[in-house]
Write a protein that binds this ligand. Structure first.
Ligand SMILES: [Zn+2]
Length: 245
């Protein structure tokens, strides 16, 4: 009986549609660069997202969190206790960008063995902080064609990535961060997000809202809260975007 009920529920979940008849879109937040930026801003962000009950993937920059461990210790403990937060590995140094010749550089544009070594260390840190599902996003989105294999070899479950894994070597959950909250980067923008949100609501799918709250002050938080309020008002569905991760 219970099996029948749960399969019925699963069928209804699959059949749930949005106002336009498409599948219901799901949103989660991807908050980058935890361990750097203003600890007060991070604290504000964590309190605000808890209030709205939004699931948040928190991207840890390992060297920074280790260097600023005193300022972030309380928040880290809060994240570990709270079911709406998950930590993911966001590199060691965050030394990344584009050089003068227009080429991207970063820790994950590197030989396979070097990438695997970093990913192993990231995984060990996540495990030591209570995570059992390992999620990765390269700083600046700077990865190369070896990254998919490195992730597969080191047992990661999910990858938030900017470009397609063309070779299909990584079989875990792959999510592109499609919903731009900050426009330009570091600046929440209610107006431009609203236009995208309208489109995404009609389109369905899983969406990550990428933010960098460590760089925000009062006005930026107000703009971000306008976005959360509007999403809540339009009955946006918040949930983890990868099964089990
Ligand atoms: Zn970052």
């Amino acid at each position: 009986m219970r099996a029948l009920l749960s399969s019925l529920i699963a069928v209804f979940a699959l059949l749930s549609v949005n106002a336009h008849g498409g599948p219901v879109p799901v949103y989660a937040i991807k908050a980058d660069d935890f361990g750097r930026g203003s600890p007060d801003a991070w604290d504000h962000f964590l309190r605000l997202t808890a209030q709205y009950n939004v699931p948040v993937y928190v991207g840890v920059v390992l060297d920074d969190i280790q260097q600023n461990s005193d300022a972030f210790a309380g928040m880290l403990a809060h994240i570990q206790r709270h079911p709406k937060y998950r930590l993911f590995y966001h590199g060691h140094t965050h030394n990344c960008g584009t050089d003068e010749s227009g080429r991207k550089f970063g820790e994950f544009i590197a030989p396979l063995s070097a990438q695997e070594m970093l990913l192993d260390q990231g995984k060990a840190w996540l495990a030591a902080h209570g995570e059992t599902q390992y999620v990765f996003n390269a700083p600046c989105g700077a990865s190369d064609k070896r990254t998919a294999l490195a992730l597969a070899n080191t047992g990661y479950h999910a990858w938030f990535y900017p470009k397609k894994d063309r070779d299909g070597l990584f079989e875990g959950c792959k999510i592109r961060y499609t919903a731009k909250v900050e426009n330009p980067t570091f600046n929440p923008n209610f107006k431009t997000f609203g236009q995208q949100f309208k489109y995404l609501q009609s389109r369905g799918g899983e969406h990550l809202l990428q933010v960098h709250p460590g760089a925000w002050g009062g006005a930026k938080f107000a703009e971000f809260e306008r976005i959360l309020k509007s999403m809540t008002h339009h009955s946006a569905s918040f949930n983890w975007v990868c099964k089990g991760a």
